[in-house]
Design a binder for this molecule. Structure first.
Ligand SMILES: Cc1ncc(C[n+]2csc(CCOP(=O)(O)OP(=O)(O)O)c2C)c(N)n1
Length: 294
């Protein structure tokens, strides 16, 4: 038997959560939560629920409490921005709520996209009634989560533990199909207006590749082309074989109603393509190409 102190902090946090009866883990993956997600998905004694967007995890936690259970929501700091309105449910209903938040946009972050939300996580959570505890170093994590558990399930308040990038290390990512799942409502908006000049190509690897290869909902068999059809988008195509690519390309270029194509690809590390993460530069480049001006 390994000494408990020699286990990684993620394993000790998992034991702590299970020890107080947490049996429901919901998550939008993040690389910092990779190990905790692996532990809960491999454990037959707990229910693990992948979410499309973080706010679902709040409603889920409230539902688990109504049923007499205990839940935890695992999310990235950027997800806090997706939670604001749903947190009214927790505050108004005085539900116990616990979330473990892996931070981006703080200690040593090199990706500018993460900075805005990174600076806002604590303030926004506190603004909607969530008590925020921070774990700045590895040694902090277990005692801070332990304190948060007591506050969330003992005092029955909403608590978020922010796990600093100092604990997790800074990361860089290229992203791609989880993003569409997070904004499925956009397909209904497109269907309601059917703009002639819109084509959507979803490169679907069935996983959240950037965060440790957790299965996305498409990996569980959800067919996005059927969702798009249900939203009234007339031209849809699911591309699963190489010899369909030419036909898909024709559809992309010819359709005079919105076109929605899902290109199934294998997982694996991203190619050498370097994403330009400079938002202002991308904006200017796009306007210059389309309008010939800044
Ligand atoms: C609001 C929010 N929640 C969670 C994350 C963490 N995150 C970073 S990349 C990523 C996965 C994106 O998956 P997908 O679009 O399928 O692209 P892939 O990584 O497979 O290329 C997630 C969930 C995030 N960046 N923002």
């Amino acid at each position: 038997m390994p000494d408990i102190e020699t286990k990684p902090w993620q394993d000790r946090v998992y034991d702590l959560l299970k020890g107080v009866g947490v049996r429901h883990f919901s998550y939008v993956p993040d690389a910092g939560h990779k190990r905790l997600i692996e532990l809960c998905t491999a454990d037959p004694e707990v229910a693990d629920v992948p979410l499309t967007v973080e706010s679902e995890g709040i409603a889920f936690a409230a539902g688990v409490h109504l049923g007499g259970g205990r839940a935890v929501l695992l999310m990235q700091g950027s997800g806090a921005g997706n939670c604001m309105n749903m947190l009214s449910l927790i505050e108004n209903g005085r539900f116990p709520f616990l979330t473990l938040v892996t931070m981006r946009g703080d200690f040593g972050e090199a990706n500018r996209w993460q900075m805005t939300m990174g600076a806002a996580v604590q303030k926004t959570l506190e603004a909607v009634g969530v008590r925020v505890l921070r774990a700045e170093t590895e040694a902090d994590v277990v005692p801070v989560v332990d304190a948060a558990i007591k506050m969330a399930f003992g005092a029955e308040i909403a608590v978020a533990v922010l796990l600093s990038q100092r604990v997790l290390g800074a990361k860089e990512f290229v992203t791609g199909d989880g993003e569409l799942l997070m904004g499925l409502g956009s397909l209904a908006t497109i269907g309601a207006r059917l703009p002639k000049n819109l084509s959507i190509l979803v490169v679907d690897n069935g996983i959240y590749g950037s965060t440790g290869d957790q299965a996305t909902h498409t990996g569980f068999g959800i067919d996005l082309t059927v969702v798009a059809q249900g939203c009234g988008i007339p031209n849809t195509m699911l591309v699963t074989k190489k010899d369909q690519v030419a036909e898909a390309s024709k559809l992309l270029h010819q359709a005079d109603t919105p076109c929605f194509i899902v290109l199934k690809v294998h997982g694996g590390p991203p190619g050498k393509f370097k994403l330009n993460q400079h938002a202002e530069e991308c904006k200017l480049e796009f306007r210059r190409a389309l309008l010939g001006k800044r």
